[in-house]
Design a protein around this ligand. Structure first.
Ligand code: PLP
Length: 370
């Protein structure tokens, strides 16, 4: 099987991990955690980084740090991972949804204003599959209505929007370093911000809201979301390679786009002006007239040894939320269509040109001959 994603560890990962073991620093108290926070946030152009144990809790920590609490509303795309809505719900806030725009599959920013009311506190911009959200209109709305902007940048390490790194544009950025992400720590995440108080609240929340100066005394409920020194050691080594990894992702995308150009019934990923797409995954959408939906094409490719992944099923279509009385009669036609017609192709950092060619031939044959 050609895998969808494989990490690449050909830098200092083993050396730094050995250092942790040799020196006995394995918990979150070790020096690599601070080093990873400082180096990753400064790579983004952000002042503070707070490392946590995955990207899901990074979102919750970001919302807590931004002051979100019971009864608040958080506007987010329906086309995203469940982590976004779960983070809001865990803090007692309500996720409020918008549809995707069809070109980049990112949130349709023209729908945000219609969802703002006096309980709205945050716009959560989720950058999808490597392509940044159109952030200028989001920032303008946030200024107009006095809202915070949280970016879920799990899938866009190093992507640029008008020269700025995604994740460092809004008030708070949230990252994942899961094994399939551009740089990985196995499991891991980070919250970044330029605001000292927000960073302090994030640090406090990930560490059980211990009070500085008085141990085991709490005025708020926090969590143990700490990242270990072992994870951060891998993160520091991976970060040394990030520019190369992004170049690999872009080269993979270029080869796919060249091979697949003109294939009937296939929509390829775009790179809008003023944006650098890092093509975290090479995602495609099938026209309904192609005779294929994502499930059928995935099964067809799997028979030929090619692994794929389906697109997200929108939050408004999730039974778990219907059971909670959320989003019951809501419809988002773009998200509904792409959930059924979209999938992503093998895009790992170790993929070879030969493997990409095999995927291209299989796809062209399927779509040209049915
Ligand atoms: C957009 C987005 N946000 C958040 C997450 C959650 O990150 P994690 O798997 O590290 O919890 C993911 C997926 O991993 C994601 O794709």
């Amino acid at each position: 099987m050609i895998p969808v994603s494989e990490p690449l560890f050909d830098g200092n990962e083993k050396k730094y991990l050995n250092q942790c073991i040799d020196e006995g620093w394995i918990s979150s108290e070790g020096p690599f955690v601070k080093e990873f926070e400082e180096k990753f946030s400064s790579y983004l152009g952000s002042r503070y980084g707070v490392a946590v144990c995955n990207g899901t809790v990074a979102l919750e920590t970001a919302l807590f740090a931004a002051g979100i609490t019971k009864g608040d509303e958080v506007i987010m795309p329906t086309f995203t991972i469940i982590s976004c809505a779960a983070a809001a719900l865990r803090l007692g806030a309500k996720p409020v949804l918008v549809d995707s725009e069809p070109e980049t599959w990112n949130m349709d920013v023209t729908q945000i204003e219609g969802k703002i009311n006096d309980r709205t506190r945050v716009i959560m911009s989720v950058h999808i599959y490597g392509h940044p959200v159109d952030m200028d209109p989001v920032i303008e709305l946030a200024e107009k209505y006095n809202l915070k902007v949280i970016e879920d940048a799990a899938e866009v390490h190093g992507a640029l929007y008008k020269g700025k790194k995604a994740g460092a544009i809004g008030d708070v950025g949230s990252f994942s370093f899961y094994a399939n992400k551009i740089i990985t720590t196995g499991e891991g995440g980070m919250v970044v911000t330029n605001d000292e108080e927000t960073a302090e609240r994030a640090r406090s929340y990930r560490n059980l809201c211990f009070k500085p100066g008085r141990r085991f005394y709490h005025t708020e409920l926090g969590e143990n979301f700490r990242m270990t020194n072992l994870q951060a050691a891998v993160g520091v080594a991976q970060l040394e390679q990030i520019d190369r990894f992004i170049e690999i992702k872009r080269a993979v995308a270029k080869k796919y786009s060249k091979g697949l150009a003109g294939t009937p019934g296939l929509k390829l990923p775009v790179e809008k002006p003023d944006v650098k797409n890092v093509y975290w995954m090479y995602a495609i959408e099938l026209a309904e007239e192609s005779g294929f939906d994502a499930g059928r094409l995935a099964a067809h490719l799997a028979e030929q040894g090619i692994a794929t992944r389906p697109f997200f099923l929108g939050l408004h279509e999730q039974p778990v939320f219907h059971n909670m009385g959320l989003f019951v009669d809501e419809r988002y036609p773009v998200a509904e269509r792409i959930a059924r017609q979209g999938l992503y192709l093998p895009s790992g950092l170790t993929i070879t040109g030969e493997q990409i060619s095999k995927v291209v031939v299989a796809l062209r044959e399927a779509l040209c001959h049915g």
